[in-house]
Write a protein that binds this ligand. Structure first.
Ligand code: HEM
Ligand SMILES: *[C@@H]1O[C@H](CO)[C@@H](O)[C@H](O)[C@H]1NC(C)=O
Ligand SMILES: *[C@@H]1O[C@H](CO)[C@@H](O)[C@H](O)[C@H]1NC(C)=O
Ligand SMILES: CC(=O)N[C@H]1CO[C@H](CO)[C@@H](O)[C@@H]1O
Length: 537
């Protein structure tokens, strides 16, 4: 054999051995899986398990059907019958949230988003996560938010003026989703890193960072067989795939711009004399630079420039679409519940200023109830995933009974097992919220809440919407205030109606859930709304 042949044979042999090993490991873990005894739906296909039903219903089958049939903790099957666990059990969720050194984000989740965000807060784990989180927390404190309220209101007013200018003959139709997406992009740019995307301006799409980010995001979150294979078998990531060149270009652009923004932040900080206490930060990035200088930190606890630059795409991934779809769903709910819309407008018009402070916005009880109810019923992220990196025992609030009649109050967990964690399934559970769990009814937040909801873990308001534990959403106060500012400006200015019948609006999930028009699915996410100026009484 010549050298080339030898090389081919040995490469082929290695790949084959690796392939066999992977298949063996899969089968072995399947037959020894501790999930086998947990009740769940029978597989509908011999080799794709329950994948087709899950795909067809975009995961809603878990909480619309299966939790009713099998209880809040369910075993389901994917390819080659690999079993996975879905849980909406509050005790199990609480345990998983509190033990973040055991339950990590799965490789595929970190890899796909990490491809665009780099080693930012969403990507890092354990020690590195603790360090980043400690430095980043102060930037998201309630005190800082006060400064950002002006930006939220200014951008919301810009949107209001654009919409108002489009009205002729008393009303006009706008796509609330795309406009709110532009608005929240501008907001996260300015308040995140003092960068103006000008997304609301007429030539907004031409922006370099916007283009780099959306190209990269599309490639990174594109789900097909190949990306699944790459997500699971790290070795295959070495093979260039369609889009990897575009992704590399996008990342280079983002890094380049991130370096420049960091440089500007540092220069700005120097110019203002480095008096951390008196210094008024304009954006999250500058706050990180300031926080990193704190004398309380040991040197190995500081953030490198690369870490800070990775937060630029991280803020874009985590803080842009989530907030715009949340606000869009709020407008949808208001068009479907006119009395809520009117009652909210009355409250908002009673505020004597166009320029409320963060405290003003947070002290409006009905606005708060509407935002809470929107995020309960239309959680932007309906599920998340985790993988156990160590053996563990998962306690259950609601036990399950196996086929031989034995009742289990806990499940033995083996390293490598995967979980799908309910967010919407908890938010909307009848067991927790009562018979009207599915209804949009902001008033529930003004009444005493059902006892059971206090068992729901999470950083905010008896909901899993912002997740919880040490990986809970760092931006939740930011997002809530941003949503309130947008609703304050828009609901005061316009009466809103859906431009299509209510049944036409359905939800489709790609990382976040977006409204779509049933007859125009190919058009992508949209929410066509008819707006009329409010005649102020
Ligand atoms: C309505 C809007 C939002 C929703 C529903 C939301 C939801 C979430 C959820 C569910 C997680 C946990 C994901 C997981 O670990 O599996 C998360 C994490 C995170 N969010 Fe948000 N988010 C929102 C807005 C924001 C904003 C505005 C920012 C930043 C400006 C932000 C920054 C982050 C970051 C950095 C993480 C990772 C935290 C960590 O792992 O320590 N989010 N968010
Ligand atoms: C998957 O499980 C079902 C039911 O338990 C069985 O009929 C089928 O043969 C299994 N398929 C594989 C590939 O193991
Ligand atoms: C954080 O502080 C260290 C040590 O002073 C410094 O080397 C590093 O550049 C700083 N990082 C940022 C992003 O300011
Ligand atoms: C937004 C969302 O996912 N809502 C769902 C919450 O759960 C109920 C079932 O409990 C569904 O009917 C909703 O569509």
């Amino acid at each position: 054999m010549n050298f080339a042949m030898q090389l081919i044979v040995s490469v082929f042999g290695t790949v084959l051995t690796y392939g066999l090993y992977v298949v063996f490991r899969l089968l072995y873990s399947q037959y020894t899986s501790t999930f086998r005894i947990v009740p769940g739906p029978p597989p509908s296909s011999w080799w794709t398990g329950n994948f087709n039903e899950i795909l067809a219903t975009e995961n809603t089958i878990f909480y619309k059907k299966w939790t009713d049939e099998y209880g809040p903790t369910i075993r389901f099957r994917l390819f080659f019958n690999i079993s996975r666990l879905y849980t909406a059990d509050t005790k199990a969720l609480n345990h998983i949230l509190l033990h973040d050194s055991v339950y990590h984000k799965p490789a595929i989740m970190r890899w796909s988003l990490g491809r665009i965000s780099g080693p930012g807060l969403f990507y890092v784990q354990d020690h590195k996560h603790k360090i980043q989180r400690k430095i980043m927390n102060p930037a998201f404190s309630p005190g800082q938010l006060r400064e950002f309220t002006q930006t939220f209101l200014a951008k919301a007013s810009e949107l209001r003026d654009i919409w108002a200018s489009q009205i002729n003959e008393g009303e006009t139709q706008v796509d609330a989703l795309s406009w709110l997406s532009k608005t929240t992009l501008d907001i996260i740019g300015l308040s995140g890193f003092n960068y103006d995307f000008h997304a609301l301006s007429p030539d907004g799409d031409a922006n370099e960072l916007h283009h780099a980010f959306s190209t990269g995001f599309q490639v990174a979150t594109r789900l097909n067989i190949w990306t699944i294979v790459q997500g699971v078998f790290s070795i295959t990531r070495l093979i260039p795939s369609p889009g990897s060149a575009a992704l590399r270009r996008a990342r280079n652009t983002m890094r380049h711009i991130g370096e420049q923004l960091l440089h500007e932040s540092k220069a700005y900080l120097k110019a203002t004399g480095e008096k951390a206490e008196t210094w008024r930060a304009r954006d999250l990035l500058s706050l990180l630079v300031r926080s990193n200088m704190s004398t309380d930190l040991q040197d190995n606890q500081r953030m490198s420039d690369a870490d800070v630059i990775a937060q630029v795409p991280t803020f874009l991934v985590a803080g842009h679409d989530t907030t715009s779809v949340g606000t869009t769903w709020a407008l949808y709910a208001l068009t479907q519940h006119k009395s809520v819309q009117n009652k909210l407008r009355e409250e908002l018009l009673s505020v004597p200023t166009e320029n409320p402070t963060a405290e003003d916005l947070n002290s409006l009880p009905y606005l708060d109830a509407v935002v809470r109810e929107t995020l309960r019923v239309h959680s932007p992220a309906p599920e998340t995933a985790r993988v156990a990196v160590k053996d563990d025992v998962l306690p259950l609030n609601i036990p399950f009974t196996d086929r031989s009649g034995v009742v289990h109050h806990e499940i033995r967990i083996k390293k490598g097992q995967h979980f799908l964690l309910a967010i919407s399934g908890v938010n909307m559970s009848k067991k927790l919220w009562g018979e009207d769990a599915m209804e949009f009814r902001p008033e529930r937040w003004l009444e005493p809440l059902p006892e059971a909801v206090s068992s729901i873990p999470g950083v905010w308001g008896h909901m899993m919407t912002f997740f919880g534990g040490s990986h809970g959403c760092i931006g939740y106060r930011f997002a809530l205030l941003e949503m309130k500012a947008l609703l304050f400006i828009l609901v005061r200015a316009f009466q809103m109606d859906l431009a299509v019948p209510g049944e036409q609006i359905i939800s489709r999930t790609a990382v976040v859930q977006r409204p779509h028009v049933r007859d125009e699915i190919e058009a992508g996410g949209q929410l066509p709304v008819l707006i009329k100026p409010c005649s102020r009484a």
